[in-house]
Design a binder for this molecule. Structure first.
Ligand SMILES: CCCCCCCCCCCCCCCC(=O)OC[C@@H](O)COP(=O)(O)O
Length: 346
């Protein structure tokens, strides 16, 4: 797929987020690419390998992750994304966050996979992750939508460390995220291929999961709940009333022995759906209209109707202290001040 090895030598604008870029083919170290991931990768022959499918053919330029790993850019991005843009976000919506503890322990590359209903999703996910995990987070963004106009391209690159995704299926789509993950850079992808309109989650494409498996990095399932109600496709601004939006990060996932890409993709989708419904319960909005039952033979069926309620080891926080309108703030578990809550720490 690659024109050259994406992990090969390239200009260094800074030492990567966790470790230097490897100078030889393959992942940074053998122990980071776990054998289960290799097994899952090998079982994926013939399966769909696209992340989002292209508006146009990608420009054929050499893969470089240097800008994505730049510490200077990360500093500027943190100011833009977590200070300025966050102020805008919390003035228009009421976000709350739940993060499973092991997410905070991630020190190498990982892949966040989330549902997608709104342009709020990417900024909310980036702003909700702890700074350590969000610092170099790089988001896959639709080329035809955000990369063809220079001002949009500058915007998504500056705020989201974005790389283009070609949704019509291009051989070039996977090269950058694969190189990023192998360099230890966290990546955010929306494997549905576009925003959904309603309380639904479309079938995840396996390409995103394949990237994580190939790179030997964990997958962090995530759900953004309330995004559709707050700012659906077609809207350029959130609806009035600071509607609630909840961002939920689940425990990191790695492939099981012998697990195929479709099976792992289905498992991740089920996890995202469970997170969605648990988040919906938490903020008092409807659950998904329907859920997928795509577990492959031999996979463990779900035993719960939704993800477990937050416990004392789960980190929660509200972004703001300012009260928002009552009509959009039903009383929920885990409010600020309870043992499971805390303010956002950076
Ligand atoms: C508080 C007010 C915030 C106002 C606007 C925020 C705009 C942030 C834009 C960030 C966009 C990042 C998108 C990442 C994923 C992506 O590129 O998904 C594709 C869709 O999106 C567009 O395709 P479609 O849903 O098919 O129309």
């Amino acid at each position: 797929m690659g024109r050259r090895d994406p992990s090969g030598p390239e200009p260094q604008s800074g030492p990567g987020p966790q470790s230097p870029e490897p100078q030889s083919p393959g992942p940074p170290s053998g122990d980071r690419r776990n054998s289960l991931a290799e097994t899952a990768s090998r079982t994926a022959v013939g399966s769909e390998q696209r992340v989002m499918t292209s508006e146009t053919s990608p420009p054929r330029t050499p893969v470089s992750t240097a800008k994505h790993r730049s510490r200077l850019r990360a500093l500027v991005r943190a100011l833009l994304q977590r200070v300025l843009f966050r102020a805008l976000v919390v003035s228009t919506i009421s976000p709350t966050v739940r993060i499973e503890p092991r997410v905070r322990g991630l020190t190498e590359g990982f892949l966040v996979i989330a549902n997608h209903t709104s342009h709020l999703d990417a900024p909310l996910i980036a702003q909700s992750l702890p700074h350590r995990q969000a610092r170099f987070l790089s988001t896959g963004v639709a080329y035809g939508y955000f990369f063809t106009a220079s001002h949009k391209r500058l915007f998504v690159r500056s705020l989201f460390n974005a790389f283009p995704v070609y949704r019509e299926g291009s051989r070039g789509s996977s090269e950058v995220p694969r190189a990023l993950l192998r360099a230890g850079v966290p990546v955010l992808l929306f494997p549905e291929g576009g925003r959904q309109q309603g309380r639904v989650i479309a079938d995840f494409k396996v390409g995103a999961v394949k990237l994580a498996v190939d790179a030997g990095v964990p997958i962090v399932p995530a759900a953004v709940v309330g995004g559709f109600e707050a700012m659906p496709k077609g809207a350029n601004w959130p609806v009035p009333g600071r509607p609630p939006v909840r961002i939920v990060f689940g425990e990191p996932v790695i492939p099981r022995p012998g697990e195929s890409l479709p099976a792992l993709t289905a498992r991740v989708q089920c996890l995202v759906e469970e997170l969605f419904d648990s988040g919906a319960d938490a903020i008092g909005v409807p659950r998904l209209a329907h859920r997928h039952e795509k577990l492959a033979p031999g996979e463990e069926p779900r035993t719960a109707t939704h993800a477990p309620e937050p416990d004392k080891q789960t980190t929660q926080h509200h972004w703001t202290t300012a009260p928002s309108p009552r009509r959009h703030r039903p009383r929920t578990r885990g409010r600020l001040g309870e043992s499971t809550d805390e303010r956002m720490r950076n």
